[in-house]
Write a protein that binds this ligand. Structure first.
Ligand code: ADP
Length: 270
């Protein structure tokens, strides 16, 4: 215990106060000894959309869980608004790959779940849930059950539920992976506007995706992970004007340069 405290104080460093979320000097190994990260640094600034890409199995989901306080790094720290976090907080919401809606609840009730968990009284919770559904474009669909909705609508309900909890940061792990391409495209076009609308308190989003087109469409900054243990091998600022067309020349130049970074690591795992 005392040893841990000493170790913690040695690695403490002042956080970059302009960041909403910051990971500083992160090392992480799983319990089986597999070292996933060495000295990862990542910074999410206000109103920024950050994406993390890298070969499959490199550690993208693991990094997202560290950023959310769900996994504790061996070394380094995560700061939310300059304050070190050691555990999950309601200010950071993680949206998983699978669409989680409760089939026996209507859209409205599905969104109200997160508000009831915060002990918000029923009538206030209903009002807030309706607002969240309106934000994601589901006004008028409050009474539908998940089986009556398309995959895209169910994903919107999941996003509304996360938004209703008033988080500061959204962590999204392949949120469009289970949708058909047309639905995903429609939702992607809306998502940036939804997440950064003045109606939401969100200050930033971190997205993990294997879909480089999706990443270039959405992100302000792209972090590229590679090697074993993984490090940040590239950080790309995407300055293309929005909405971004995958058919434009600049878009495709960026796509090509990202592919070049993403050859799988040569080092074999133990
Ligand atoms: P990605 O999201 O980039 O596909 P992950 O973060 O899921 O990668 O996994 C990173 C590496 O850690 C992989 O090699 C995976 O097999 C390994 N891993 C993931 N979870 C565990 C665990 N609980 N215990 C041991 N190794 C794990």
């Amino acid at each position: 215990m005392a040893k841990d405290l000493v170790r913690e104080s040695q690695i403490e460093k002042p956080s970059n106060s302009s960041s909403v979320l910051e990971a500083a000097n992160i090392d992480f190994s799983y319990e089986n000894g597999y070292k996933v990260f060495e000295d990862i640094n990542l910074s999410l600034n206000r109103n920024e959309f950050v994406a993390i890409v890298g070969p499959s199995g490199i550690g993208k989901s693991t990094l997202l869980r560290i950023l959310g306080g769900f996994l504790k790094p061996d070394k380094g720290s995560v700061y939310l608004m300059g304050k070190k976090i050691n555990r999950p907080t309601p200010d950071i919401v993680l949206i998983h790959q699978s669409i989680v809606t409760f089939p026996w609840m209507t859209a409205l009730e599905n969104v109200m779940v997160s508000l009831k968990a915060k002990h918000i009284p029923n009538d206030k919770a209903e009002e807030m849930a309706k607002e969240a559904l309106e934000t994601v474009g589901l006004q008028g669909f409050e009474d539908l059950y998940p089986k009556e909705m398309s995959g895209g609508m169910r994903q919107r309900v999941a996003i509304a539920r996360a938004l209703a909890a008033d988080p500061l940061v959204f962590l999204m792990d392949e949120p469009f992976a289970h949708l058909d391409e047309l639905t995903a495209e429609g939702l992607r076009q809306d998502i940036y506007n939804i997440l950064f609308s003045p109606d939401t308190p969100l200050k930033g989003v971190v997205l993990v995706s294997h879909n480089l087109t999706e990443v270039i469409e959405l992100a302000d900054v792209i972090y590229i992970l590679n090697n074993v243990p993984a490090t940040v091998v590239g950080k790309v600022q995407v300055d293309l004007p929005r909405p971004r067309s995958p058919r434009s020349e600049a878009f495709n130049r960026l796509l090509d340069s990202l592919y070049n970074y993403l050859t799988p690591p040569k080092v074999k795992k133990p």
